[in-house]
Design a protein around this ligand. Structure first.
Ligand code: ADP
Length: 244
């Protein structure tokens, strides 16, 4: 589903991604962990071309982006449609209800008929447990509920891959579980996902594969058991010691 080859990203003189290679199979949940500043968010943003990589290639479901040359805008737009991102700060439109927030992408980007978009949005909000809150505005919702709207909004675009960038780090601790639960259900349903998170329990319980990133590289990768119980690399061991 995702094939990444020799992906590089620099900001000016700062090389943040130093050659990432990764293949993700359809239906896999990959969790990316690592110290702050190691390039996890940048990596995720490159997969949706929210950041333009400096070099390398990314293919999602056969849609290829080769960053060794400038990409035509149309190709970028087409490539972006393959995935959808859930952000740390949910960035909902404050003047729209939960339902309208979820309908917005399908109606304005995909030009889907409003009635159809509404039916789909209702279905998705029900799926994330917010049937009763559809007509509320973001300020009337808790952070956990807002993030679940954020997930429904991303799903409304019918992506083949979901990208989660620290989706629970802005939440009060008691609200983290409800968001992780929705993500876990998505993984169990077979959604292909790449998740940057500090939630190690989620990584242990849900990930098919865990990547440990440090200083712009994937230092170690494996099953949750391999990474958490039998880490091989010194840097992985040090990181796990600090957080566990
Ligand atoms: P992580 O998600 O692992 O904390 P990031 O991908 O956010 O790491 O950041 C990696 C490095 O890239 C950091 O040194 C950060 O300051 C730098 N960086 C991220 N985004 C930008 C940007 N837009 N411009 C310049 N430097 C950036």
């Amino acid at each position: 589903m995702i094939a990444i080859n020799n992906l590089h990203k620099s900001f000016g003189d700062l090389e943040v991604l130093k050659g990432i290679d990764l293949n993700v199979e359809k239906g896999q949940a990959v969790v990316v962990i690592g110290p702050s500043g190691s390039g996890k968010t940048t990596f995720l943003r490159c997969l949706n071309i929210l950041e333009t990589p400096t070099a390398g290639t990314v293919a999602i479901d056969g849609h290829m982006a080769d960053f060794s040359k400038p990409l035509p805008k149309k190709q970028i737009m087409e490539f972006r449609k393959q995935s959808a991102m859930v952000f740390q700060h949910y960035n909902l439109f404050p003047h729209m209800t939960a339902l309208e927030n979820v309908m917005e992408g399908p109606v304005t980007v995909q030009k889907i008929d409003r009635a159809e978009a509404r039916a789909k949005a209702e279905e998705l909000l029900t799926k994330v447990g917010l049937k009763e809150k559809m007509n509320e505005y973001p300020f009337q919702l808790s952070g956990g509920q807002q993030q679940r709207v954020g997930i429904a909004r991303a799903l409304a675009l019918e992506p083949k891959v979901m990208l989660f960038d620290e989706p629970t780090s802005a939440l009060d601790p008691e609200l983290v579980g409800e968001v992780l639960q929705v993500m876990k259900e998505l993984a169990l349903e077979g959604m292909t996902m790449v998740v940057v998170t500090h939630e190690m329990r989620f990584a242990k319980g849900v990930a098919d594969e865990v990547l440990f990133m440090d200083a712009g590289r994937i230092v170690e990768r494996g099953t949750p058991q391999e990474i958490f119980d039998y880490p091989k690399e010194e840097r992985t061991k040090q990181f796990l010691n600090l957080i566990q």
